[in-house]
Design a protein around this ligand. Sequence first.
Ligand code: PLP
Length: 385
Amino acid sequence: MTRSEIPFFPPDLFEHDRKVMLDVIQDIGRDPRQKFILGEHTRDFEEMLRDDLGAGDVVACGSGTAALGLVLRAMDIGPGDEVVVPAFGCAPLAASVVEVGATPVFADIDPRTLVLDPASARRHITHRTKALMPAHMFSIMADMPRFTELAASHDLRLIEDSAVAQGAVLNGTPAGLWGEAGVYSFVQVKSFGMPGEGGAVVTRDPALGRRLRMLRNHGQQERFVHQAVGTNSRFDEIQAAFQRYRYAGFPARLERRAEIAEHYTERFAPLAEHGLVAPPPGRNGRCHYVYNVLAEERDVLREYLAEHGIGSHVYYPLALPYQAAFLPYAPADERWPNAEHASARVLALPIYPHLTDAEVARIADAVREFVRHRPRAAAPGVPAS
Ligand SMILES: *Cc1c(COP(=O)(O)O)cnc(C)c1O
């Protein structure tokens, strides 16, 4: 019997919306105004997101990375300033800080939820610290109530990297609105991804929003009158019109992701004592962008899944302070044990919304079979299976 492959990144994400995309290209392409960036579609898209969130402003820009850079610039963070970032995560967390001339300071993560540990962040605050930049990771939002307290008690700016958490809500507050500014990414693989590059800054503060609008367009409010040194980080009209259309289906796609995650987590619960740990169950503060398990024999599991036609992915194989790019910002005598532990064990399983129930069950079955057939050396106090 030949079994179909279940890819990790589905090639058919936009299949159902292809006609809409082609119509949008026709309409905007034929419109006599020939407006392709920062026009009425971008404005409508921003207003739709702003009103839906209850934000003060939403500023669409070139990417999630660009959004982080714009926020740092808008807050005048630069040379001599330190920003506390998680040691485990994607490169833009540290690179965006380096780009404005400031110094990223790596703090360790929580070993189970994989997000920045507030206690470790607190230990890394110095007299130079200007901002905290926790990130929501994979499926779990950072502990924003504690970061809000920490920022307030040390008089720091709070930047929320919510690039993967659009649509998530923690204690009633949406991801993006916990910090003074949050960001979203619309790159293809993200939960509200699109066929191209794009991102947004969300904020409760309309004055910060105005400054971000100026900075994303070369620091000008009026054409060729430059109030500040800005950058080019504008938004595409075709993508804006397409995303406005697709937003209606976003809650259902997120709900499907949550269902798939719940199925996995339930089926994997008995595997914890056999070296495979699922994320903690629950719905509060969850985004379900990536479903990561922590597996003792991660690379063998990954191969086993591949042999069974199931794609998986390692986010991220090396923690940020150990990357050549960021070594200059990593004190030589420091270690980040939880980030190291995670990078050796994380394995992401497919979780895109159009997986069928049968495919989800097949993935969960394969993981369970692997664990059952690979009795590992007994951990202290834990019998081998
Ligand atoms: C994807 C991502 C970004 C960057 O977004 P891009 O649109 O790819 O530039 C930033 N932070 C986190 C946590 C991300 O996952």
